[in-house]
Design a protein around this ligand. Structure first.
Ligand code: G3P
Length: 218
């Protein structure tokens, strides 16, 4: 399973990248706004900076919701760097645009996925990645992991090649469960990635080893 970081924060991207386990980055308009990135030129520069930091795919989301606007924006984003993947919302014009991008060799990430039906539509249109929002599904008293399992089953049975990118990850357990359910990629906040490190027995064990190591000093 590949690991992406779900942020537009350059310091956090660097920290995850320095761990040596990062395969890519995803962003969305909320994450860009959180970093105070404003205006087309600043947005383009920010994506370029991210692409130069990380050797992997970087999802850049369009703000338009009409076909012509999505295509125009997506082409500009894709021209920034070969690793840019155009992130498109699961709406009618979005599906049409994903099909257009597929035919024009521009890779896409279909976002805001909350059902298996949406997953089928995105795959039919040729999306490279599909982003089901685990955390937001769980927040609504549905089962995000069950949705990943269902999509995994459908894609395997039907031979769809769209990669399942588990998104809206809230904790380390989500990453483990998404891996079990067959997600191809998890895009996670830095805290959730670092959460994978934690186990109290590791801390207790290391403290004991360090204490005993002192006894072996000559
Ligand atoms: O990038 C999309 C997704 O990961 C959003 O996560 O935490 O806002 O539900 P969240």
């Amino acid at each position: 399973m590949k690991f992406f970081i779900d942020t537009a924060n350059l310091a956090q991207i660097k920290e995850a990248n320095d761990l040596g386990i990062l395969d890519g980055v995803t962003t969305n308009p909320s994450l860009m706004a959180k970093e105070g990135i404003k205006g087309e030129a600043a947005i383009m520069k920010h994506y370029k900076d991210i692409c130069e930091m990380v050797d992997g795919d970087v999802s850049a989301e369009v703000f338009s919701t009409d076909f012509a606007g999505i295509i125009e924006e997506g082409q500009k984003l894709a021209a920034i760097h070969p690793n840019i993947v155009v992130k498109v919302p699961m709406i009618k014009d979005g599906v049409k645009a994903i099909k257009w991008f597929t035919e024009n060799n521009i890779r896409t990430n279909c976002t805001l996925i909350f059902s298996a039906g949406q997953a089928i539509l995105a795959a039919k249109a040729g999306a490279s990645y599909l982003s089901p929002f685990l955390g937001r599904i769980d927040d609504s008293n549905w089962d995000g992991i069950q949705l990943i399992e269902q999509i995994r089953h459908i894609y395997d049975v039907q031979g769809f090649r769209t990669e399942i990118l588990a998104a809206s990850i809230r904790n380390a357990l989500h990453i483990v469960r998404a891996a079990e359910a067959g997600a191809d990629i998890c895009t996670c906040p830095l805290d959730s990635i670092l959460g994978l490190l934690k186990h109290p027995l590791t801390d207790i064990g290391l403290a004991k080893f360090l204490e005993d190591a002192k006894k072996t000093e000559g």
